[in-house]
Design a protein around this ligand. Structure first.
Ligand code: FE2
Length: 262
């Protein structure tokens, strides 16, 4: 079995700065250490955007210092990122689209950052990125899991639904037409959510840092909570993916000597 750890929305700040009282660097490190203690063998780490809070060089440098060096790391960008800052630190100014072949599955990671769009913080897959996506969907030899920062449709939290992917309905139609996409996994919302757009299943991961309030319907995007961070783990074998979502809290597992099964 292959194990892909997914951490989303770390929102790194320069050392000493905080978001609603939380230190993003400490929360990111805590989430990474917690996940790897729970799951010692990890094949790949994916960071699902909003790597930093303002997209500055100092923030990307703070992130770079915290990345593990013993496993491959793949990153994409979210609405709080800036291409110039990322390119300066990671020496890569291209769209952060990536295709990984793991465990008989193709993982397509899509860059949805739109820096100067008409809706602040909404996302877009532009014509160039859509062309890459169509090509990758055609090339994929089997099942596909799609990862991107922005969800492709409504997740029920009104404030966030206003800043989803602007062309999400069209992009989701490409996935359906391919007949290959098992699951979409997103960040952006800072809360665990599972749902489907028609017959397209999706999950949203919590942030490693601050979370969105547990509210549906009409909501603001300016409120955050300090509840524990979280992360996702894709468990893959024979082209079959499962996404487990965990919260960074609680003691390590204990053995119940009377139990024979859960
Ligand atoms: Fe975020």
């Amino acid at each position: 079995m292959k194990r892909v750890l997914i951490l989303s929305d770390p929102h790194l700040l320069p050392p000493g700065e905080r978001i609603v009282g939380l230190d993003p660097a400490a929360r990111f490190s805590e989430a990474l250490a917690f996940a790897r203690a729970r799951q010692p063998h990890v094949d790949h780490l994916i960071l699902l955007g909003d790597l930093t809070h303002h997209g500055t060089v100092a923030e990307y440098e703070a992130l770079k210092a915290l990345l593990p060096t013993d496993i491959p790391v793949t990153m994409t960008l979210g609405n709080h990122d800036r291409r110039d800052g990322f390119a300066t630190v990671f020496e890569d100014g291209a769209f952060q689209n990536h295709a990984l072949a793991i465990g008989g599955l193709t993982i397509l990671i899509l860059d949805t950052l739109e820096e100067a769009g008409p809706i602040l913080h909404a996302g877009l897959i532009c014509a160039e990125r859509e062309k890459w996506l169509i090509d990758q969907l055609a090339r994929a030899p089997g099942p596909v899991v799609v990862l991107s920062h922005h969800p492709f449709g409504s997740v029920g939290i009104g404030g966030m639904d206003k800043i989803a992917l602007r062309n999400g309905v069209h992009i989701a139609s490409l996935f359906r037409a391919s007949g290959k996409v098992q699951l979409c996994v997103h960040g952006h919302v800072h809360r665990s959510i599972v749902g489907a757009w028609g017959n397209l299943a999706y999950a949203v991961l919590p942030s490693t840092c601050h979370q969105a309030p547990m509210q549906v319907g009409e909501t603001a995007t300016s409120e955050s909570t300090t509840e524990p961070g979280g992360y996702g783990l894709l468990a893959i074998d024979q082209g079959q993916a499962r996404l487990l979502i965990d919260t960074v809290t609680g003691p390590p597992p204990l053995v119940d000597h009377d139990a024979h099964s859960a």
